[in-house]
Design a protein around this ligand. Structure first.
Ligand SMILES: Cc1ncc(CO)c(N)n1
Length: 235
């Protein structure tokens, strides 16, 4: 007799945001990274904005460890925190170094309104919501970047050696980065097992919202959407 495989919650999440993730992959900023044609100045801008994004994003892993109810889950969040601060942000730091941007300059980048809205949304949910809500917010960041990395690698691997962004593509398509995303997917399925629809809908909404923020982030980078009305600090 055939066993009936019920759909995992993360399959449903994936189906739900597929049109958004497809737009993310086809975004001209992302394709510019894949082809290696993205202007260096725009990539530098990305490095700075993404660096301050990652500082806030990595705090979600610390809050995840705090909200975990088992040592296994705590350990895994501490691995995610470590890997983000070291492995992932090292990619940014080494690109910045080769572009003549100091670590201090990276850290002091002023987040744009979209960047700030995105990290604040996630941190608000992380502080006030359940562990499942926290995971549903950060999952598109890890999972969609992995999808983008894998697809860029498979579409452009022939030209990779001459692509200035090859280390970025290699990092996000790597098995190491994939393993972190896969663990979060598995955790999402465990945390939602046999949960009522009313709770699942809330998670689905967070997942959609942060998937849309991913799109807005690429748009913001391409158009360099800064704050209006620049002000100077008084010294
Ligand atoms: C905006 C953004 N989303 C996701 C990731 C992947 O961690 C990243 N580096 N930046």
């Amino acid at each position: 007799m055939e066993s009936i495989q019920t759909e995992r919650f993360t399959d449903r999440l994936y189906r739900n945001v597929e049109p958004i993730w497809s737009k993310n992959f086809h975004h001209s900023f992302v394709q510019g990274i894949g082809r290696g044609t993205l202007e260096r100045e725009l990539f530098s801008y990305y490095l700075k904005q993404d660096y301050v994004y990652l500082i806030e994003y990595s705090k979600l892993f610390a809050i995840g460890a705090q909200k975990a109810t088992s040592i296994e889950v705590m350990k895994q969040f501490s691995v995610l925190l470590h890997e983000t601060l070291h492995f992932e942000m090292d990619v940014h730091r080494s690109y910045a170094k080769s572009f003549g941007i100091s670590e201090e300059e990276l850290e002091q980048s002023e987040p744009t309104p979209i960047n700030l809205a995105y990290t604040n949304y996630m941190l608000n949910v992380a502080h006030n919501g359940t562990l499942a809500e926290l995971v549903s917010c950060l999952l598109p960041c890890a999972w969609d970047y992995w999808e983008i990395g894998k697809k860029l690698y498979s579409n452009y691997h022939n030209e990779l050696e001459t692509n200035p962004y090859k280390n970025w593509i290699k990092a996000y398509s790597s098995d190491e980065f994939g393993a972190l995303a896969k663990w979060l997917i598995q955790l999402m399925d465990e945390l939602t097992f046999e949960k009522p629809e009313r709770e699942l809908t809330i998670l689905e909404n967070h997942f959609q919202t942060t998937s849309r923020f991913e799109f807005l982030f690429w748009e913001m980078l391409l158009n360099q959407e800064e704050w209006p009305l620049q002000v100077q600090n008084m010294v």
